[in-house]
Design a protein around this ligand. Structure first.
Ligand code: M6R
Length: 611
């Protein structure tokens, strides 16, 4: 989703902003632009291009060669993920006022832009782009009379929707930013300051940051940053120190972030699980105010991969904690008039903590009186601030757009939460708790072993890469694994993939089966193993090409499959953590063979901050 970087200070502002934008590329975008203010020019200097940042860089190099480099001490840049209007040079941000003095970038959607645009046009404003953003430029331009923060505040009273915006004016020695829903963070240096949509843009320069909250405005000048509410009253918030270093966000020698992040999963699990089991080895200590005995029902809200982690989480909460639990896709939840009360726990699951659908679902749950818990990776994110309790998964920065290590870490967090529920509610006895904890202790090494089987997955990928579609099947806890396997393959290889509970295959999808359709079936030990084997025979009877994911030592499965991906065997409830590894590797190997942009697949954004 769009990335924003603003800078004011003594460095070459355009270079700092371009560097920051490159560190936000993981968010996904399809055009980029930059605007610079300098004392030598009466107008702002803007360059923007459709396409990747390299296209913008090339344009800037050409300008420099022609003797007109972009120079100035204030700059604002943007990577745009198109919503209103195609990814073209014109629609790219920044957008300028008609007199060329005011420049603005925006992340989010202005919901009442049509009415505002008509009104502004009737007052003679000339619109150049198809974006919703441009109304902001004209609104602020109309209000500007030498005081940029005041103009922004006044303009925003007219606006409905989600935004993080950054504005600069050639006659005004400050950069002004404001937030409603879309994330913004300020970086503080000595005699310089930054504003960005995410921390990685700031890390090479400063670790001192202040998070901007909804309904706040920030004014940057060379001496620092001041926060205020949209009514102009000051906000006093101390800076925080970020613990990640810039290296943690680099590829570590691997060709793709996704591969690096998959290989990190054993360490990620050690972080997720480490230090969270009580000294007696029978319970989880998660530092939550939540009392599981005060919960009658759990509703989990999430999107994409996080929703599949939530599906496993719901099954674990039911199995270990004997509490009814179900998943509602976050984008649907608030429109369902959901039935929740004070004894309902709404659990929002999100890597970024900024997914607007999930954030709005959590807010809906709160509005209706439910208690809330957020399971998150990114600290200080919007969801972290709004939930009653937060359980961090400690996956570290995830840069690849396709989520991998965050998924596995979410499953680890759910394994701990389910243990806590089981113990607090008296539904998990000592022996079962001890066995569960022993399974958790072994997980990081088991996942490392599963990752070491990459060559066997690569061999299967050769064939899958030549297919047009694929079908993923799983039962029980592994229904979610099948969905996640199909999503991963779709996202990064662009092959069409479907997932079903294995038992559903005969109710329709079986019509798809022929020799060209790879069928990837989760078939590790479970009470339904034999039923799965029967279903595989049904596929093969119709010439389907079966890839079985089976437990080590299952020599019999080879009779029912064309290829077998062996994985180490763990307790049924922990199997999704291990079984997803060949799913991730398969998607990766197929995408590489097809020459896809693995880390930034087309049309996708890392953090989806629009509805
Ligand atoms: O940041 P979140 O976990 O809330 O993101 C949710 C989804 O947008 C995300 O999982 C998406 O499906 C990924 N591209 C999956 O790889």
């Amino acid at each position: 989703m769009c990335g924003i970087v603003g800078y004011i200070g003594g460095r070459v502002a355009a270079d700092v902003v371009l560097d920051g934008l490159s560190r936000l590329e993981y968010r996904g975008y399809d055009s980029a632009g930059i605007v610079v203010a300098s004392a030598e020019r009466p107008e702002l200097d803007v360059v923007k291009r459709a396409g990747k940042l390299q296209v913008l860089r090339d344009a800037l190099t050409e300008r420099a060669r022609a003797g007109a480099p972009l120079r100035g001490v204030r700059a604002v840049g943007h990577t745009r993920w198109a919503t209103h209007g195609k990814p073209t040079d014109t629609n790219a941000h920044p957008h300028l006022s008609e007199d060329g003095k005011l420049g603005l970038v925006h992340n989010g959607i202005i919901e009442n832009y049509v009415a505002l645009r008509d009104e502004l046009k009737s007052r003679g404003h000339d619109f150049r782009s198809e974006t919703d953003t441009e109304v902001l430029v004209h609104l602020i331009e109309e209000q500007y009379a030498g005081d940029l923060p005041a103009a922004v505040r006044a303009a925003l009273t007219r606006v409905r929707g989600a935004y993080a915006l950054v504005v600069t004016h050639v006659d005004h020695p400050q950069v002004v930013a404001a937030r409603a829903t879309s994330p913004l963070v300020v970086g503080l240096g000595e005699g310089e300051s930054w504003v960005a949509s995410d921390v990685p843009a700031l890390l090479p320069y400063t670790k001192r940051v202040v998070y901007v909250h909804d309904g706040e405005l920030v004014v940057l000048d060379a001496s620092g940053a001041t926060l205020q509410h949209l009514d102009g009253t000051p906000v006093d918030r101390a800076a925080e120190i970020i613990e990640w270093d810039a290296d943690a966000a680099e590829k570590g020698g691997h060709p793709h972030y996704m591969l690096k992040e998959m290989l990190e999963q054993p360490d990620v699990l050690r972080r997720t699980l480490g230090g969270r089991v009580t000294p007696d080895g029978l319970d989880a200590d998660l530092e939550l105010a939540l009392d599981p005995r005060a919960v009658d029902r759990v509703v989990l809200v999430a999107a994409g991969t996080a929703s599949y982690a939530a599906t496993v989480g719901a099954a674990l909460l039911e199995r270990l904690g004997r509490v009814p639990a179900g998943v509602v896709v976050a984008s649907e939840f608030r429109y369902q008039e959901p039935v929740v009360d004070a004894r309902t726990l709404v659990v929002a699951v999100s890597q970024s903590g900024e997914t607007i659908d999930t954030l709005e679902a959590l807010r809906e749950g709160r509005r209706r009186g439910a208690r809330t818990l957020a399971i998150l990776n990114v600290k200080g994110s919007s969801l972290a601030r709004e939930a009653d309790d937060v359980l961090y998964i400690h996956a570290g920065p995830e840069i690849g757009v396709a989520s991998t290590k965050a998924y596995v870490a979410m499953l680890g967090a759910f394994a701990l939460l389910a243990l806590r529920f089981g113990r607090a509610r008296g539904t998990l006895d000592d022996a079962a708790a001890a066995a569960w904890v022993a399974g958790l202790d072994a997980l990081p090494d088991v996942v490392a072993l599963a990752l070491s089987r990459r060559p066997q997955v690569a061999a299967v990928a050769e064939r899958v890469a030549g297919a047009r579609d694929a079908l993923f099947l799983g039962r029980g806890f592994d229904v979610a694994t099948a969905y996640e396997g199909a999503l991963k393959l779709k996202e990064i290889s662009y092959l069409h993939a479907e997932a079903y509970p294995t038992g559903e295959m005969k109710h329709g999808p079986i019509a798809l089966i022929d020799r060209d359709l790879p069928v990837v079936a989760l078939a590790t030990p479970s009470p339904t193993y034999e039923k799965t084997v029967s279903n595989l025979q049904e596929v093969r009877a119709r010439d389907g090409w079966v890839v079985a994911v089976a437990g080590d030592g299952d020599t019999g499965i080879a009779e029912h499959a064309d290829a077998v991906l062996y994985v180490p065997v763990v307790a049924e409830g922990l199997a999704p953590v291990v079984n997803v590894i060949p799913m991730q590797l398969l998607a990766y190997e197929v995408a590489v063979r097809l020459g896809r942009d693995v880390d930034q697949p087309r049309n996708l954004a890392k953090s989806v901050t629009v509805e």
